[in-house]
Ligand binder design. Structure first.
Ligand code: GLN
Length: 231
């Protein structure tokens, strides 16, 4: 069905970056999560099988990976922005997201106002990085970019950095397992996740949007939301 990514028509190649709980992460060698369930639904609809291609988030969010034909679609908790809409084909929104400020337990940092002189970890190429850069001067912190959320959690636990700004839902679930970290402030950025395809692949874009419409209507999306996010 798709012109690039895998040459094999029976395969839907999906670019992602893990761990990004609860949207994509590995469990017993399998890629699972909210995004992965939705990608499996898309693949079923297209009579294809998902093949995950793990790459840096940066190469996904810049559009570089998709436009180089590395994969058919990107599923990466990717927030819809004007820049990304210009670089890639972006689907309708399927999840409303915000940012969060996370610090090691016992830190003196309680809000953004306490970040003067602190090293703030962000994920390279993320909206959290853009937010952190935009506000660095005002709050007087230094932004340090990492490749993955796993690296950020390790740096925070090791005390290499003093804080992090990244997606709220991911941090809420990460701090449950990465002990010693506290979420101190929600930063309402009102973002919306979308799936991304190659810029001219309107055929696949229509299929993703139709898959989402069907899932919103028949209750499947609500079930998945409950399964992965809760409430
Ligand atoms: N939602 C954020 C963004 O699109 C972060 C996504 C991620 O790190 N996987 O930039």
């Amino acid at each position: 069905a798709c012109s690039s990514g895998s040459d094999d028509d029976s395969t839907l190649t999906v670019c992602t970056n893990v761990p990004f709980v609860p949207f994509e992460y590995q469990e017993d060698g399998e890629y699972v999560g909210f995004d992965m369930d939705l990608m499996n639904m898309l693949a079923d609809r297209l009579d294809q099988t998902v093949e995950v291609v793990e790459i840096s988030f940066d190469s996904i969010s810049s559009g570089e990976a998709l436009n180089a034909g590395t994969c058919d679609i990107a599923a990466a908790g990717l927030s819809i922005t004007e820049e990304r809409q210009a670089a890639m084909g972006m689907s309708q929104a399927y999840y409303r997201a915000d940012q969060a400020l996370v610090v090691p337990d016992g830190s003196a940092v309680a809000t953004l106002d306490d970040l003067s002189g602190v090293q703030v970890a962000v994920q390279s190429g993320s909206t959290g990085e853009a937010y952190a850069n935009d506000n660095a001067e005002q709050y007087g912190y230094e932004v340090v970019a990492f490749e993955s959320m796993g690296d950020i959690a390790s740096a925070l636990s090791a005390g290499t950095v003093g804080a992090s700004i990244a997606d709220l839902a991911t941090w809420q679930q990460m701090i449950e397992t990465a002990s010693g970290l506290t979420l101190v402030q929600t930063i309402e950025t009102a973002e919306h996740y979308g799936f991304a395809v190659q810029k001219d692949d309107t055929e696949l874009l229509d299929e993703v949007n139709a898959m989402l419409d069907a899932a919103f209507e028949d209750g499947t999306y609500a079930e998945l939301y409950e399964k992965w996010i809760g409430e």
